[in-house]
Write a protein that binds this ligand. Structure first.
Ligand code: MRU
Length: 337
């Protein structure tokens, strides 16, 4: 399967009562698909980042609910399903798309008295998936209109087909630009410690045929100082009403650099990433991950590294974001999204 592309092997799909998805931990070395009818396997896959990216974890969790429902009886199903929802919701705390998608599924679970509730759940999960793909197309079109004159884009993490139900958000804009004949370059931060940029974004860009250059995260400053970066374009895991945006660790650093070197920073995300219950980013929960993700490249680390600081995300202040592009509109500061 290793020579296949994301055009041929969808990152996630529902096939005859089971969920199939690419195990992103193994990419790009191995393109391996996990197929399961067990919602717990989906949850574990979200926890371990076999499935990742804000919109993608929402889609996967919605299908996981449909899988759990398919196995449940009718009596007391509502109670069992509440446990499933709670468990899925707690898998990753930062991306609001997860609880947003589960909220939509919960509304259907409220109708367990109906004989159709199980098929209604699957239909809702499929709708969440399909709508995300449509949102990506719209973000791509709006963003490509805005960025057509930019010659080079710096991005972080992975915001493409692997992270969404469609062509992607920030990377969906690159995809659309490329389809329209754009000849620019994309610079990709490797995205320590799990290398989503190096492993996943570089892989996706190679498949698209986009001119892409990989750099270590710490090289962002010197690259920007050289004048090579036309704009920074990033995704989001949660956006508060004032535009404060949680995204992959390193995004705050990027925004500070961009601000000091007068490079515009753009955020692209679906409306499902906006958390309007939060006035600002202070209330966004930041996921901290295992020390081993950072230390595993260091031989004998456990003998002399007692503590590791490993937040998966940080928060870019809305004030340092030039525009926020969603499927609905392009928002400009000061934000009241
Ligand atoms: O920890 P990850 O790989 O799930 O982090 C993903 C990101 O930070 C993405 O930028 C964000 O989810 C947007 S994906 C369209």
């Amino acid at each position: 399967m290793d020579h296949l592309s994301l055009e041929q092997v969808p990152a996630i799909e529902w096939v005859k009562g089971a969920l199939r998805f690419i195990d992103q931990r193994l990419l790009p070395g191995r393109l391996q698909v996990i197929e399961t009818a067990d919602w717990r396997v989906v949850r574990r896959s979200i926890l371990t980042l076999a499935i990742r990216g804000a919109p993608m974890i929402g889609i996967a969790a919605a299908y996981a609910v449909a899988l759990a429902a398919a196995k449940s009886g009718s009596a007391g199903a509502g109670v069992g399903m509440s446990k499933v929802l709670r468990s899925l919701r707690s898998a990753r705390p930062t991306a609001v798309n997860l609880s947003w998608a589960l909220g939509r599924m919960e509304a259907i679970i409220g109708q367990t008295a109906s004989p159709w509730w199980k098929s209604a759940l699957l239909a809702e999960a499929k709708a969440i998936h399909r709508e995300d793909s449509e949102r990506c197309d719209r973000i791509g079109a709006l963003g490509a209109g805005l960025l057509s004159n930019v010659n080079s884009i710096l991005t972080i993490c992975n915001t493409g087909r692997l992270a969404t139900g469609g062509i992607g958000t920030a990377l969906g804009i690159v995809h659309t630009l490329h389809r329209r004949g754009w000849k620019g370059k994309v610079y990709v931060l490797e995205t320590r410690p799990l290398l989503q940029g190096a492993r996943l974004t570089m892989w996706e860009l190679a498949q698209m045929g986009v001119d892409a250059t990989l750099l270590v995260d710490a090289a962002a400053a010197s690259l920007m100082a050289s004048g090579a970066v036309g704009c920074c374009l990033i995704g989001a895991d949660r956006i508060a009403s004032n535009g404060d945006t949680a995204n992959k660790i390193g995004s705050l650093m990027l925004s500070r650099l961009a601000g000091s070197m007068r490079v515009p920073l753009y955020v692209a995300a679906p409306e499902s990433t906006i958390d309007r219950s939060l006035a600002n980013g202070q209330g966004i929960p930041i996921e901290h991950r295992a020390a081993s993700e950072v230390t595993r490249l260091v031989k004998g680390a456990s003998a002399f590294i007692p503590k590791v600081y490993n937040p998966a995300f940080d928060i870019v202040p809305g004030g340092s974001i030039a525009v926020i592009i969603t499927e609905k509109e392009i928002y400009y500061p000061p934000y009241q999204v």
